[in-house]
Design a protein around this ligand. Sequence first.
Ligand SMILES: [Zn+2]
Ligand SMILES: [Zn+2]
Length: 241
Amino acid sequence: MEMNETGLILTTVYDNYMHGTGLRTGWGFSCIVKASDRTILFDTGADSRTLLHNMEKLGLDPKGIDLIVLSHMHRDHTGGLEGVLERNPDVRVYVPESFPEGFKTGIKSHGSGLVEVSGSMEITRGVWTTGELGTSIKEQSLMVKTERGLVIITGCAHPGVVNIVKEAKRLMNERICLVLGGFHLSGTGDAELRSIMSSLREIGVEKVAPCHCSGDRARELFSEEYGNGFVANGVGMVIRI
Ligand SMILES: [Zn+2]
Ligand SMILES: [Zn+2]
């Protein structure tokens, strides 16, 4: 597909759910975001072997990555970073300010750029971070402006998926066309799941693509509630907006 100026392509390259063939699953999450003129790697999964294998199979070259955004300091999101920087150090890495100093030094030791994120900021044209949210586990999510509304990408959603979406709405004041990523709802009961879904509906979330730590039951209920607006995201899924 010819990509226009505002076109957005999301490719899930690391996840515990499978979508494509010839790919590997693993506990963790990573998504390649091609927006405007930049290619962004959002999270890196738990290991670079799996990540790089999947990227190769999907025709995505690590040297094509311009920016890396890490959502939070859990190994299943940061573990693949080292292997990517070994192949392409010519990137800028956005990490929450609260990351350990040793981790930040490790990035700089590759000669890569480091940006410490506290508040919301624009990363490249039309692509924003929510800034660090949450208390015990601080996490940033990505927001991409498209012609069809805002796309929100979460890592594990430790601050709460509803809180993240509310904050994105407050920051950007745009209709929300898609929320994709880990929703952190494994083991959450049906009543709470239904209340989360109705909150997301109230905010106006049009489509959902829960994967990684969202939980099977949450995916089931989201699928019932959202119908065609539900995307069973997993490794190898390509979404064009
Ligand atoms: Zn986590
Ligand atoms: Zn996770």
